[in-house]
Design a protein around this ligand. Structure first.
Ligand code: SF4
Length: 377
């Protein structure tokens, strides 16, 4: 009987993880889309001070186990400076204490992943494994292309909802496509599909970079689907991080290259160095460096999202006001937790982006009009 596995929903990324696990021989139990119930379960079982991503992912796992999963998959674990290093042990302990007896599979860019995998899938050959990883990677890149295109075009679309509609249909197609050559063809189809959306090129749009804690940058539930809210209000968004970058960034070789070669991350760390001299866990250092990179690329502002009690991002959040002044770019830092309400959150986003629009599209009244807004809840 195939082993049943579940994993955190992680926004729409579940599409590619579902495929990965299926090709590795598991029967996949996709947890229901993250909802208030998911969060309530996480809040109920997690320690009160645990970060929001832990609570949401724990809720996802419990919902997956309720649907019959006997293994839970998670990203990373046991390494790093922040609480992510304790996630796997905490999941296991909390789940066992509450009567959910499951095994854990840590998905890592390390040999350990293969070793763990073999315990659950003894029949799997290394050749099959490599083939699966290659197909997973292609899907992941296509997934991120769909996501990026929708963010780029949404603020310009003539008919509201076109980008969302086409994004959903491509995600569905991506979910159903397994053949490598069909995936290649799908790439062209995605580019053509988005290019066919009628847009108003003369629309006054502002560009905002998104930095902060990784999970908040990939999970629409945690940020109350702000990408659609902002996109529909004439804001082009760009995330500073994606899953593919997260995976590549965890390779030792990549870290070595970033240290000595002029890669994107090298630039990010150089900018961050003035404020943070060493890694502080999570993506705290990247938050600072990426905010400066967005400024260099001509973005009009930066939104920094961080979970309540997230040490790396709290540190970064205490520096963003200085970065804002030094680099003359508005930065809005927003702390999210289970008590964050949609109306209040959207009001803050609206106030911030309206201010930037006014400054950009109306004659300037004060040349030194640099704004930093810090919101904590
Ligand atoms: S980066 Fe912050 S929110 Fe994410 S796992 Fe680490 S402590 Fe938690």
């Amino acid at each position: 009987m195939p082993v049943k596995i579940t994993f955190p929903h992680a926004g729409e990324y579940y599409v590619v993880f579902k495929d990965l696990m299926t090709n590795l021989g598991f029967e996949v139990v996709v947890p229901p889309p993250t909802s208030q119930r998911t969060l309530d379960l996480g809040v109920k079982y997690a320690p009160a001070q645990a970060c929001l991503p832990f609570k949401i992912t724990l809720g996802n796992l419990i919902e997956g186990i309720e649907k019959g999963a006997d293994v839970v998959g998670m990203i990373g674990g046991k390494t790093g400076i922040c609480r992510l290093a304790y996630y796997s042990e905490m999941y296991q302990k909390i789940l066992a204490d509450n009567g959910y007896s499951v095994d854990l599979l840590a998905v890592k860019v390390k040999k350990e992943f293969w070793d763990n995998l073999k315990k659950h899938q003894p029949e799997l050959t290394f050749r099959q494994f490599i083939k699966t990883i290659r197909s997973f990677w292609r899907k992941l890149i296509l997934f991120e292309l769909i996501r990026e295109k929708s963010l780029e075009l949404r603020p310009y679309e003539v008919k509201k909802g076109d980008c969302t509609r086409i994004k959903r249909s491509f995600l569905q197609e991506l979910e159903q496509t397994t053949d490598l050559s069909a995936l290649k063809a799908l790439r062209h189809k995605i580019i053509k599909g988005f290019a066919s959306i009628p847009i108003d090129e003369n629309r006054k749009v502002i560009k905002i970079g998104l930095v902060g804690e990784f999970f908040l940058l990939i999970d629409q539930f945690s940020t109350m689907n702000m990408e659609e809210f902002l996109g529909n209000n004439g804001i082009l968004l760009k995330y500073s991080l994606s899953f593919s970058e997260f995976f590549i960034g965890s390779l030792k070789q990549k870290r070595f290259l970033d240290k000595y070669l002029p890669t994107h991350n090298h630039k990010v760390y150089q900018f961050a160095k003035e404020y943070i001299t060493r890694p502080i866990g999570g993506h705290g250092r990247e938050t600072i460096g990426e905010a400066v990179v967005f400024r260099q690329k001509g973005y009009d502002g930066v939104i920094h999202l961080y979970p309540f009690s997230c040490m790396p991002e709290v540190v970064a959040g205490s520096i963003t006001s200085k970065v804002s002044v030094d680099w003359q770019i508005p930065i809005l830092s927003i702390c999210m937790d289970e008590h964050t309400g949609q109306a209040g959150f959207q009001t803050r986003l609206e106030a911030f982006t309206d201010m930037i629009k006014r400054k950009k599209f109306m004659p300037p009244q004060n040349e030194n009009d640099i704004v930093h807004l810090e919101v904590s809840q």
